[in-house]
Design a protein. Structure first.
Length: 202
């Protein structure tokens, strides 16, 4: 009975994380579409070959995650959803993409929030770590622009950085609230299951 329950639980987890991965893959598809819109409109400052390589690496990374989910290898990890590596890959991709946008960078800062929405179910301390990484990545872009002697409007950068920082702080508070709600629901579910087991025993 316990083995059957454990197998059923693993199947339910796998179905849930597979749906999350499918949602993430669709999001990547939309983001790649934005990449090529930027290339076609002339806002993408790197070469077309760079954009092709960049897109190919994203596709390969998603195929790798798909293989891990399809083979059930993800169930061996502490977090079967592999949320942290997926968020890390997304932040790296997004930072590289924004680096090549130049002046159009600010209009797509919202993509950082889109990436972090997939991390909202992580523990608050972990979410804060990735929010900090997102903010430091954006600040690092400005530092790299300065190092490469690109034209940087410091006023515009300060406004963009301030808006991103305030939004990330709000998201950290929201992620903490969601985490506490999930913990309460889990405790209630365990209590209900314990009562049901007691009733079955009687």
């Amino acid at each position: 009975m316990s083995a059957m329950r454990e197998e059923t639980g693993e199947l339910a987890i796998q179905q849930l994380v597979t749906r999350r991965f499918a949602m993430a893959s669709v999001t990547y598809g939309l983001a790649l579409m934005l990449t090529w819109v930027a290339v076609a409109s002339g806002f993408y400052e790197a070469s077309t070959a760079s954009a092709i390589t960049h897109s190919a690496l994203i596709v390969v990374s998603q195929l790798l995650f798909f293989w891990l989910f399809h083979r059930g290898i993800n169930l061996r990890f502490k977090d079967p959803s592999l949320t942290e590596p997926q968020v890390l890959v997304a932040l790296l991709w997004l930072t590289y993409f924004l680096f090549n946008l130049g002046s159009a960078r600010g209009s797509l800062l919202v993509l950082y929030l889109l990436v972090l929405m997939f991390a909202v179910f992580l523990p608050p301390k972990v979410f804060i770590r990735y929010a900090a990484l997102a903010f430091l990545s954006f600040v690092g872009l400005a530092a790299l622009d300065y190092y490469l002697q690109r034209a940087v409007d410091s006023t515009v950068f300060l406004i963009q950085a301030s808006v991103l920082l305030v939004t990330l702080i709000w998201m950290c508070l929201f992620a903490g609230h969601v985490y506490r709600l999930r913990q309460r629901m889990r405790q209630r579910r365990f209590a209900l299951q314990a009562h049901q087991d007691t009733l079955r025993g009687m």
